[in-house]
Ligand binder design. Structure first.
Ligand SMILES: [Zn+2]
Length: 119
C-alpha cells in the first residue's frame, strides 16, 4: 500500500491537486447522499414520480450537476495553469491527464521531472 503512504505524504504539504480532490469528493458525496436515496425512494414507491417533490428533487439535482460541471470546467492544471479538463469546446470531466500539457492527474508536480519526450 505504498500508494496510500504517498497520498498521505502529499496531503501534508501544499497539495496542487487539492481542488481536484475536493471536487471529486463533493461529486461522490452528492451521488451517494442525494442521487442514490432519491432513486431508491422513487424505486420503492416512496416518491410519486409526478409529485412536486420529485420535480424539486430532480431540479435540485440538475442545479447541483450544473454547478459541479462549472467547477470541474474551471479547475486549472498545476503545471501549465490551463483548464485541466477543458480545451476550447472540448470538455471531458473524466480526463486522466491535462488536455493541454498531458500532465497525468495527481502526478507529483514539485519533484517529477518534465517528460517532454514522446510528443
Ligand atoms: Zn497542463
Amino acid at each position: 500500500m505504498t500508494h496510500c503512504v504517498k497520498l498521505a505524504q502529499m496531503t501534508n504539504k501544499d497539495d496542487p491537486w487539492k481542488r481536484h480532490r475536493t471536487l471529486k469528493r463533493v461529486s461522490l458525496l452528492g451521488v451517494v447522499l442525494y442521487l442514490f436515496p432519491t432513486i431508491a425512494l422513487a424505486w420503492l414507491g416512496q416518491i410519486d414520480m409526478r409529485s412536486p417533490t420529485m420535480y424539486v428533487l430532480v431540479f435540485g439535482w440538475m442545479i447541483f450537476g450544473l454547478v459541479m460541471l462549472t467547477l470541474w470546467h474551471e479547475v486549472r492544471c498545476p503545471r501549465c495553469g490551463q483548464r485541466f479538463y477543458a480545451k476550447g469546446m472540448e470538455f471531458w470531466q473524466m480526463a486522466r491527464e491535462c488536455l493541454h500539457c498531458g500532465l497525468p492527474k495527481y502526478a507529483d508536480v514539485s519533484t517529477a521531472p518534465e517528460h517532454t519526450s514522446g510528443q
